[in-house]
Design a protein around this ligand. Structure first.
Ligand SMILES: Nc1ncnc2c1ncn2[C@@H]1O[C@H](COP(=O)(O)OP(=O)(O)OP(=O)(O)O)[C@@H](O)[C@H]1O
Length: 262
């Protein structure tokens, strides 16, 4: 196996007459934190939707650990080890913080519908294991004191953290974060950057994120791909991306370039 955990090979995604992503190829190194950036409508979330099986690519292939997973269903992709969060937080609103994580643990520790009515000791054991795993995850992400709170009563930054904890409960090797810093204040954003680096190290993950906040992208990503109208216009480390003329014109803007270059 090579050192790339995920690869896209000439991936194109069309919606009717609109080409949302065109002939995209990229290799994501294992254990890295990488970013996908570009203007609104550039095709970034579509890339995540293709990787996670929400969309079947019009053409091209998705490889995860050298296995072709193009067109697999979202639950299969999740079982294989790819988890994601969404641009708009999607928690189970009526459930507690702990229950939100416990539900996701079911991917690895399934309890069949017919098991609980039989009151089998094995079910209680499995439930205990799931609860312990969920609590352990909450401790690792610093939400253990809020375990019994309603998920949607949490402040915004902590809801995002819970969404990540829930994704981690599926034991992913690749975690896709769609605009994790959206709506956060500068203090929360700074904490989020440390958090993302910590969970990568703690869980031995590879993390790919879509983000408009350039402090986050340039601060933690080791490699960045830039899309514009579905086309890859640049890729490289942050230092290269922020001085690339095409990227400045299409996305970052002259003001950003002046700010970065002093
Ligand atoms: N299911 C769909 N059906 C039709 N068009 C779609 C669908 N999903 C995405 N698109 C279109 O594909 C293009 C890319 O959308 P996408 O959401 O991937 O962009 P994005 O880069 O994630 O944008 P943003 O930064 O605003 O989230 C847009 O023109 C969008 O309207």
């Amino acid at each position: 196996m090579n050192d790339y955990i995920m690869r896209l090979e000439g991936m194109t995604m069309r919606f009717g007459g609109l080409t949302a992503v065109k002939d995209l190829s990229l290799n994501v190194p294992k254990d890295s934190i990488v970013g996908l950036i570009g203007p609104n409508g550039a095709g970034k979330t579509t890339v995540f939707n293709v990787i996670t099986g929400f969309y079947k690519p019009t053409s091209g292939k998705v490889f995860f650990k050298d296995r072709d997973i193009s067109g697999k269903q979202p639950h299969e992709v999740c079982s294989l080890g790819i988890a994601r969060t969404f641009q708009n937080i999607r928690l189970f609103g009526n459930e507690t913080v702990l229950q939100n994580v416990m539900i996701a643990c079911n991917v690895r520790l399934p309890i069949r519908w017919w098991e609980p009515p039989l009151l089998l000791p094995s079910v209680f054991k499995k439930e205990r294991t799931i609860k312990d795993k969920a609590m352990d995850l909450l401790c690792k992400v610093g939400l253990e004191d809020l375990a019994d709170e309603a998920a949607t009563s949490l402040p915004y930054g902590q809801q995002r953290r819970l969404e990540i904890a829930r994704a981690l409960a599926t034991d992913p090797e690749l975690l896709l974060l769609d605009e994790p810093a959206a709506g956060m204040n500068p203090r929360e954003t700074h904490a989020l950057m440390e958090f993302i680096k910590n969970i990568r190290d703690l869980f031995g993950l590879t993390i790919m994120l879509i983000e408009h906040d350039m402090r986050v992208v340039m601060g933690i990503c080791e490699h960045i791909w830039v899309l514009d109208y579905g086309v890859l216009i640049a890729e490289g480390p942050p230092s290269f991306i922020q001085s690339d003329k095409k990227v400045i014109e299409a996305y970052l803007g002259e003001e950003y370039a002046r700010y970065v270059n002093g």
